[in-house]
Ligand binder design. Structure first.
Ligand SMILES: [Zn+2]
Length: 217
């Protein structure tokens, strides 16, 4: 995985994968810090965090972002910004504590990101180029991050090993999710590693062969 290391830290009772990417110079980017912020900080092991990214506005992905940003900003003496997802998830980001409370989880904080992301923009993360793609359906503003040159994609709750993200929310859209996955992810090479929001990583080739939902729709 050419020069970039990846650590998966399951957080919250939903075991959401907070993904830490980091380089050999001890700089890191944290994707989807849903909660358990002290666990995330201990996994950072003193690394400098350049940025926090969010794939979408569900509490298990974004519920620790405000606290993590605040703690890292204090520690590093420089503002650690939170970027993403697409602005269409603002209604969810403003209701994170309410999402948590509904499940009996207290202490999660709403977050207004420093910047929303839009489809097609390119981010320089630790010297690597990641493209932002808008893949709605699980939530209206869900984005994924793709480093095509190095064969890796951080996909949140769009595509999983053997299945796809839930769409049984009032704002869910199954057809949009399937067409977004096909257009933005299934066009990638087979060997592309897919880092999912829950469970183990997979590859595009594996899902092309074995994903029953994608085979059917
Ligand atoms: Zn979600």
């Amino acid at each position: 995985m050419s020069g970039l290391n990846i650590k998966r830290v399951p957080v919250t009772p939903l075991r959401q994968n907070c993904t830490i990417i980091f380089n050999s110079e001890d700089h890191a980017v944290v994707v989807d810090p849903g909660g358990d912020v002290d666990t995330i900080i201990s996994q950072l092991d003193g690394m400098t965090v350049d940025m926090i990214l969010l794939t979408h506005g569900h509490f298990d992905h974004a519920g620790g972002a405000a606290e993590l940003s605040e703690k890292l900003t204090k520690k590093q003496g420089r503002k650690v910004e939170v970027w993403g997802p697409d602005e269409k998830d603002l209604f969810l980001l403003k209701a994170i504590s309410a999402q948590g409370n509904a499940l009996g989880l207290m202490g999660l904080q709403d977050i207004i990101p420093d910047r929303f992301l839009t489809d097609g923009e390119e981010l320089d993360l630790l010297g690597y180029r990641f493209e932002v793609r808008h893949v709605p359906g699980h939530t209206p503003g869900h984005v994924v991050f793709i480093d095509e040159a190095n064969g890796r994609a951080i996909v949140g709750d769009t595509l999983f090993r053997g299945t796809v993200g839930r769409t049984d929310f009032p704002y869910g859209d199954f057809d949009a999710l399937i067409s977004g996955i096909k257009k933005n992810l299934m066009n990638l090479p087979d060997e592309t590693i897919v880092l999912c929001g829950h469970g183990l990583p997979t590859t595009i080739g594996e899902e092309r062969k074995n994903n029953p939902i994608l085979a059917r729709y």
